[in-house]
Design a protein around this ligand. Sequence first.
Ligand SMILES: C[S@@+](CC[C@H](N)C(=O)[O-])C[C@H]1O[C@@H](n2cnc3c(N)ncnc32)[C@H](O)[C@@H]1O
Length: 259
Amino acid sequence: MWNPAQYERFRDERKRPFFELLARVEASVPTQVVDLGCGTGDLTLVLAERWPTARVTGVDSSEAMVAEASRRAAPDRVRFEVADLARWTPPKPVDVLFSNAALHWLPNHAALLSGLVSQLAPGGVLAFQVPANFNAPSHRRIDEVRAHPRFAATLAGVRRGHAEVLEFYEACLAGLGLAVEAWETTYLHVLPGEDAALQWLLGTTLRPVLAALGPEEGRAFVDMLRPLLRADYPPAERGTPFRFTRRFVVATRRGSAQP
Ligand SMILES: C[S@@+](CC[C@H](N)C(=O)[O-])C[C@H]1O[C@@H](n2cnc3c(N)ncnc32)[C@H](O)[C@@H]1O
């Protein structure tokens, strides 16, 4: 379902929140680091560089993404696994549980976070970033086309992705005894290329939709969506301005980290 090449297309824009999240993680010498929803693995390797003595595991449910990640030259202490992050359990307590742009694909964030926190070592950090643009014109347009009688039945059970508000994450993680920092950032990307908003969405949001529809219906879906997105995101000579909000959380379990 995931297409590494399409996802990589706006790599600089998608990388930036990863680095902004990483900058807020204070973990001096972690031994176990996990990247949940690691995708093509290039950013997992950044985690390995940031903590040069840690064992780093990238977990992703997409075989295509993990195959791409596994082709990268990486030190022996880095490994990649195909698994659903909601069910995967680490062999040892984790010092840094990191997730960039993946948790929004999973339902029930209260239960999810509680499960993830239980994997943390004392002093361990859970750091994640999720897109928070589910009410943006792009998503409203996708919803509009999803509701069309031609597609509605096929897409009824296809997940849309969601993020909770910052207050939810803060209360949930503080309730589990963690010290929480949470913030939100809105970027105004100026995307290069033709139909840039559509191309952006083809790398992420539209993947499950197109996988469910199959090639022919998928093309019809995109043909219906394209003019709507052109109207909402008109291109300028310098590129297509594309507003995108993301939420960030860094939560630290109390207790001392292992020496
Ligand atoms: C938008 S990409 C982000 C990839 C990477 N973290 C990055 O920042 O480049 C989302 C990734 O989450 C993965 N994903 C979605 N649901 C998942 C799940 N339940 N378990 C593990 N990975 C999942 C997808 O396969 C995809 O590679």
